[in-house]
Write a protein that binds this ligand. Structure first.
Ligand SMILES: C=CC1=C(C)c2cc3[nH]c(cc4nc(cc5[nH]c(cc1n2)c(C)c5CCC(=O)O)C(CCC(=O)O)=C4C)c(C)c3C=C
Ligand SMILES: [Fe+2]
Ligand SMILES: [Fe+2]
Length: 368
């Protein structure tokens, strides 16, 4: 039987707000085997991520993977860890704070921006709860994946829907499916790459490396592969690249099955062996730098290319907190808030100004 949560209902009179929830994949709390283990356990137990029948997968996961991978992955995380924490979490948190400011310049409607992680912390249910307590009666969910995949976008949505199922007084809900071909996103990517080339010169070839997926997901109808190719084509067009000057590849293969091809490592080794003078690699499928870009691409990819005999190797960082990306994200969110932006009228604004003054005065009296 489904049980609804008990909730305070005395929200009449307080202003209704709209919540914007940025969701990214998630990351361990610390670069230690214990923290990585509990993160991987949650991540790899998701049937949207690993589509192997549960009894078999449970044995492989608990018998092998969770006994070997945490230590190896923790060592990799340690090479990219920042003093404020995991890069993915640090960037996502900054993006949320900046978005609040960018949106504030576009509308006076009461908006609250928060971020959550599909696996690990802060969890989606905990942040939805936080938004509800601030009286957000409308929530826009923004999965921070330009290209839709069942294993990223859909599973983030699943957790939001599951949380709403338990609410008596549930908010209105919207989600963004993808933004792989939005001009703002493509322009931000091109601007980022052009700025890099202005500083460091141009490569012989540009590799656009996207996170991979098992090949069967494409056969079963996941649009991810097509959307990556569309992003790549639009980006090449925006950069003025000929087909000889760039390639699209897929990274981060996991497990023994066939994944989307060509593999990033294979491409880098081939290009190294054919004595490419300089390759630049960019990861347009990630809007924030993380383990998969900073370690796998910037460090491991470089070794693959150089050991095979390649010349120079450059990794071009993700969009992160760049102004062009924050503007594009602001536009994406504004477009998806259509009809939800209830601007306060002059009387309301005056009232909230007076309330603030009153509060200030009372605090002054108390401190005297
Ligand atoms: C950008 C889109 C992503 C897709 C699609 C994706 C699919 C996918 N990933 C795994 C397995 C792992 N991924 C891991 C890390 C990771 N993956 C993404 C993004 C996508 N994954 C990000 C942003 C990150 C980085 C997290 C961070 O903390 O920085 C990991 C964990 C690290 C490791 O041990 O290698 C695994 C495992 C599968 C199986 C999959 C699709 C089926
Ligand atoms: Fe992944
Ligand atoms: Fe990886």
């Amino acid at each position: 039987m489904m049980r609804y949560h008990t909730e305070p209902t005395h929200t009449h009179g307080t202003p209704q707000k709209t919540g914007i929830l940025l969701v990214n994949l998630g990351t361990p709390d610390a670069p230690t085997p214990q923290a990585v283990r509990s993160y991987l356990k949650e991540f790899l137990s998701d049937p949207r991520v690993v589509e192997i029948p549960r009894p078999i997968w449970w044995l492989i996961l608990n018998g092998i993977i969770l006994n070997t991978r945490p230590r190896k992955s923790a060592a990799k995380y340690a090479t990219v860890w920042m003093k404020e924490g995991s890069p993915l979490r640090v960037h996502t948190e900054k993006q949320a704070a900046l978005l609040q400011g960018y949106l504030g310049q576009r509308t006076q409607a009461p908006l609250v921006v928060e971020f959550a992680m599909r696996y690990g912390n802060p969890s989606i249910p905990s942040v939805l709860d936080k938004l509800k307590r601030q009286n957000c009666q409308r929530i826009l969910v923004v999965p921070m994946y330009p290209q839709y995949a069942a294993s990223t976008t859909a599973t983030a949505n699943d957790v939001v829907f599951d949380a709403l199922k338990l609410m008596r007084n549930a908010p209105a809900l919207r989600t963004i499916r993808n933004f792989h071909d939005r001009p703002g996103y493509i322009n931000a990517l091109a601007g980022n790459i052009n700025a890099y080339w202005m500083k460091h010169g141009r490569p012989e070839k540009l590799l656009m490396s996207f996170h991979g997926l098992p090949q069967f997901t494409l056969d079963k109808g996941d649009p991810y592969h097509c959307e990556c190719h569309k992003t790549g084509r639009l980006l090449a067009q925006e950069l003025g690249l000929t087909p000889e000057q760039y390639a699209i590849s897929f990274q981060s293969r996991f497990g023994k099955a066939e994944w989307l091809k060509p593999y990033t490592t294979a491409t880098l080794k081939e290009w190294g062996a054919s004595k490419i003078r300089r390759v630049d690699v960019v990861c347009p499928g990630f809007v924030a730098d993380c383990l998969e870009t900073l370690e796998e691409i910037a460090l491991e990819g470089k070794e693959d290319f150089l050991h095979a005999g390649g010349g120079e190797y450059h990794y071009i960082p993700c969009l992160n907190e760049s102004d062009a990306w924050m503007r594009a994200l602001t536009e994406l969110v504004m477009d998806n808030l259509q009809g939800w932006l209830i601007e306060p009228d002059a009387a309301e604004l005056e009232q909230s100004r007076l309330r603030a003054l009153d509060l200030q005065a009372r605090q002054q009296i108390r401190s005297n």
